[in-house]
Design a protein around this ligand. Structure first.
Ligand code: DON
Length: 607
């Protein structure tokens, strides 16, 4: 099926192709050889999907579109302070070839006019002009995602006729803006303008800026993130020269044009756009290029000042531990406390990229729920990213809630290092850090303990075999015989009591003290905890149903003591008193029904 985006671009291309106004640039003789009918549009998404239409394979010279990328390279190589001492960031409102210099320092007003661009070409790293040229092609090549060539004829043509730029370069030398040999820097500037690109290349350059400096397909970083905003700011205010104000007013995207006929427009975090048509208006901007960007901005609502997304989208479902308790099987007293209070543990499913506005909404909802909450589990499973400022607010809120004895914990961040990074780096110095759990079950179990702690509820009760649900209903004389047959075993923390796949030896375990985790192996070699059992609970009872190999691994969560019954002893006792087997099987069935009910509840809560 054809994408509607593609159909839209094809339609836009057909409509705008009818515009015949504008002239080819002729001040560089070689540029007059272009075919005025060439026209292409390309749009690249942040995951590298490409929509293109028209003459998308037609090569042309990049011209001034190289300027923001060489400025970016100078910032990366020499740092903001040094570059700022040589080139300003004020819009001149003048033509691209104007000689707009600061009257006191002689520094060009911005890096988009020729004077500023020639100065920035002299700033990139490299001990010789040849090394600096190599740095320029490598850097622009990283933005585009391939090795580059230049159009030698266009380069020669401009170098032979560029007297005004030559004068500008000498003036920059006069003011001490260019330190080295100005003519060598000027030749590098002429070469950078002659780099051959097609419309797709332009869209990828724009998309790399939109993507925070990382090429969407190669994954290579072309520019440190901290400089991306700087480059886009200069493009927004100066990229279209003496058309810059109208451009922001009508189109509203950081952009850059070139006299070769190209225009790039950047919609941060969303799209990179390239348009190519060599018919220029008197200001040196592509006539059709401007028209295409106007339409795209209006039809797709791309103006950077247009209303952003709805912050409430950051928060999806809210549910409680009443609906989705932990898989642990608590003792009866713990269960009754939890039954009454589990609604005070709230799960909040967060969504999308969390910026300050979205997090403000989430925190506001948490504050509204605080009076009836003991803890919040922020489920990050569907979060794509987190801004540094949002992470700072979230940490601040977490500490404020902690001051009111309300815990805020995270679950399912998994391996998203960018999220972890900002949560760690924005956490205040005296803070012991945030709690993060691999799954919601571990998180809710922690929150249940927090709740039990709140209620000054002992998490362990001394028990006897008579308290064990599996033996419930056994006549006292039979129970006494079972107690006589049982032995007590002790396990250290993290000791494996049973292992998945291990041959069944028929032992059944009843926990006297401590907790064990029941784990099942995953395909990747890791384990998934399916439940935690505490005092009174039993495991290994499937042996009584004739299962010969162990289906799960059981690990001691701390010091653990168990009563252990051998299958042979149970068989022997059951031969003498068949009631024993009947009671055991009834209790196992009841337990299974309860597990099934809880699993169904969990699935319903997640749906
Ligand atoms: O300095 C020059 O004249 C060029 N080679 C670049 C000019 C340019 O692309 C101006 N932008 N619209």
């Amino acid at each position: 099926m054809q994408s509607p985006i593609q159909a839209y671009l094809d339609g836009l291309h057909a409509r705008v192709a009818e515009m015949q106004g504008g002239e080819l640039a002729n001040y560089i003789p070689e540029l007059t050889k272009a075919d005025p009918s060439w026209f292409s549009i390309c749009l690249v998404t942040m995951d590298g999907a490409v929509y293109s239409t028209g003459d998308s394979a037609q090569k042309f010279t990049i011209q001034s579109i190289s300027k923001p990328f060489v400025y970016a390279t100078a910032l990366a190589d020499r740092g903001v302070k040094f570059v700022a001492g040589k080139v300003g960031v004020e819009p001149s409102g003048d033509a691209f070839n104007s000689i707009s210099l600061d009257p006191k320092t002689g520094a060009p007003l911005n890096p988009m006019i020729n004077a500023g661009a020639i100065a920035t070409a002299s700033l990139v790293a490299g001990a010789t002009p040849a090394a600096q040229w190599q740095r320029i092609v490598d850097s622009i090549g990283t933005f585009i995602g391939r090795d580059l060539d230049i159009d030698e004829d266009v380069y020669r043509s401009e170098s032979d006729t560029g007297f005004r730029n030559r004068a500008i370069a000498w003036m920059l030398k006069n003011f001490g803006i260019i330190d080295g040999e100005p003519m060598a820097s000027l030749e590098n500037y002429f070469r950078q303008c002659s780099i051959l690109v097609d419309c797709r290349d332009l869209a990828f350059m724009a998309a790399t800026l939109a993507n925070g400096g990382v090429h969407p397909l190669t994954g290579r970083r072309a520019l440190p993130l901290e400089h991306v905003e700087r480059v886009l700011s200069v493009m927004a205010t100066c990229g279209m020269y003496d058309f810059a104000g109208s451009w922001v007013y009508e189109v509203g995207m950081p952009a850059k044009s070139g006299v070769g006929g190209g225009i790039i427009a950047v919609l941060p975090g969303r799209f990179g756009i390239g348009v190519f048509s060599p018919r220029l208006d008197p200001k040196g901007n592509s006539v059709r290029g401007i028209e295409v960007c106007r339409h795209l901005s209006r039809d797709f609502g791309l103006h950077v000042f247009s209303r952003a997304g709805d912050p409430s989208m950051a928060l999806g479902r809210i549910y409680t531990a009443d609906q989705a308790p932990s898989k642990r099987q608590p003792s009866p007293t713990m269960r009754s406390y939890l039954n009454d209070n589990a609604h005070r543990i709230k799960y909040l499913c967060l969504h999308g990229f969390l910026a300050v506005d979205g997090i403000e909404y989430v925190i506001r909802r948490m504050i509204e729920m605080a009076a009836d909450s003991s803890s919040f589990i922020l489920d990050m499973h569907q979060v794509d990213g987190l801004s540094e400022s949002a992470a700072r607010l979230l940490n601040d809120a977490r500490l404020r809630f902690a001051g009111e004895n309300i815990a805020v914990v995270f679950s399912r961040i998994h391996r998203r290092h960018a999220i972890k990074h900002f949560l760690s780096t924005t956490s205040p110095k005296n803070d012991r850090g945030y709690l993060s759990f691999e799954d919601n079950d571990l998180a809710v179990e922690w929150c249940e303990n927090h709740l039990l702690g709140d209620l000054a509820m002992p998490t362990r009760d001394p028990i006897s075999l008579a308290d064990c649900p599996l033996l419930r209903g056994l006549p006292p004389e039979l129970l006494a015989q079972v107690e006589k047959a049982a032995t007590v075993q002790h396990y250290r923390q993290d000791e494996s009591i049973l292992t998945t796949g291990q041959a069944g030896d028929g032992r059944v375990f009843f926990i006297a003290d401590g907790h064990v985790s029941i784990l099942v192996p995953l395909k990747n070699g890791a384990h998934q905890r399916i439940t935690t059992l505490g005092p009174g609970m039993s495991f290994g009872e499937m042996a009584l149903l004739g299962q010969t190999t162990r289906s799960a691994t059981v690990v001691a969560d701390g010091e653990v003591s168990c009563w252990v019954l051998e299958a042979d002893d149970i068989d022997r006792l059951a031969r003498e008193a068949p009631t024993l087997r009947i009671v055991l099987l009834e209790n196992i069935s009841r337990d299974m029904a309860e597990s099934l009910r809880r699993a169904t509840q969990w699935i319903a809560a997640l749906a």
